[in-house]
Design a protein around this ligand. Structure first.
Ligand code: XBP
Ligand code: MG
Length: 232
């Protein structure tokens, strides 16, 4: 039976990728770098998960001269980007995707356990949850498996395995929630039945293997979710 729900953050709880993109561009400007990622460009860049990994990939493929300073430059720009992202979240609010707040409430009321498995940093999870719920992330999610806690980011299943280990549950007792093909691959790789709600940057991707694909969680109820995992 269903015992826990494990949520991706970016794109799934909230449409944060546009804020991430703008935060990257603001960080480039702050560093005097004449780089700017358009929405179209960012859509392609999202194939590389993890902000630091994405930036390194951009340097290696587009800016070989800067790539020589590689990881140091990436760490510096990324720290600036994280600060800009927090400022954007604070200024514009962390609007949750439709159905997210209601489903989390229903799940808690039904005694389900809640976890997060994300590529972004714990600080970014904390910032979003505090702004959206007015509470610390740990007040809502028993387990937060995030970013650099694993060696290999999504689509590798490691972050989902970490979440399952911390919950102390088998994959068959849990459901994953994702918005992207990379996230879905990670969840499936850990043996999890997965609900996909494609978002602004992930619509049109390949979601084969998902247990349910819905435009959002707005019309998704707990009963429907319970039927997606084995009864025994
Ligand atoms: C989201 C990501 C993250 C964010 C940026 O992937 O790839 O990198 O874009 O966050 P998922 P950081 O939703 O599959 O976890 O810059 O903090 O990495
Ligand atoms: Mg995502």
């Amino acid at each position: 039976p269903l015992e826990a729900l494990i949520f991706d953050v970016d794109g799934t709880l909230a449409e944060t990728e546009e804020l991430h993109r703008r935060a990257f561009n603001a960080a480039f400007r702050a560093w005097g770098l004449p780089w700017s990622w358009s929405r179209e460009r960012y859509r392609a860049l999202l194939a590389v998960t993890g902000g630091k990994e994405r930036l390194l990939h951009f340097l290696e493929t587009d800016r070989p001269a800067a790539a020589e300073r590689g990881r140091t430059l990436v760490a510096e720009i990324h720290a600036e980007k994280t600060a800009r992202y927090h400022a954007l979240l604070a200024a514009e609010g962390g609007a949750l995707r439709p159905g997210v707040r209601r489903l989390l409430g229903e799940a808690r009321a039904a005694g389900l356990r809640l976890a997060v498995a994300t590529t972004t940093t714990p600080a970014n999870v904390e910032a979003l949850i505090r702004i959206a719920f007015g509470r610390p992330a740990t007040a809502l999610f028993e387990v937060v498996a995030a970013g650099d806690a694993v060696a290999r980011k999504k689509p590798d299943p490691e972050v989902y395995r970490l979440a399952l280990g911390r919950l102390g549950l088998p994959a068959g007792a849990c459901l994953a929630f994702e918005d992207s093909a990379n996230g879905l691959k990670a969840a499936l790789g850990a043996g999890l039945a997965t609900v996909v709600t494609p978002g602004l940057y992930t619509d049109g991707q390949d979601f084969v293997g998902a247990s349910l694909v819905a435009p959002s969680l707005e019309a998704v109820g707990l009963g429907e979710l319970e039927a997606l995992v084995p009864a025994q």
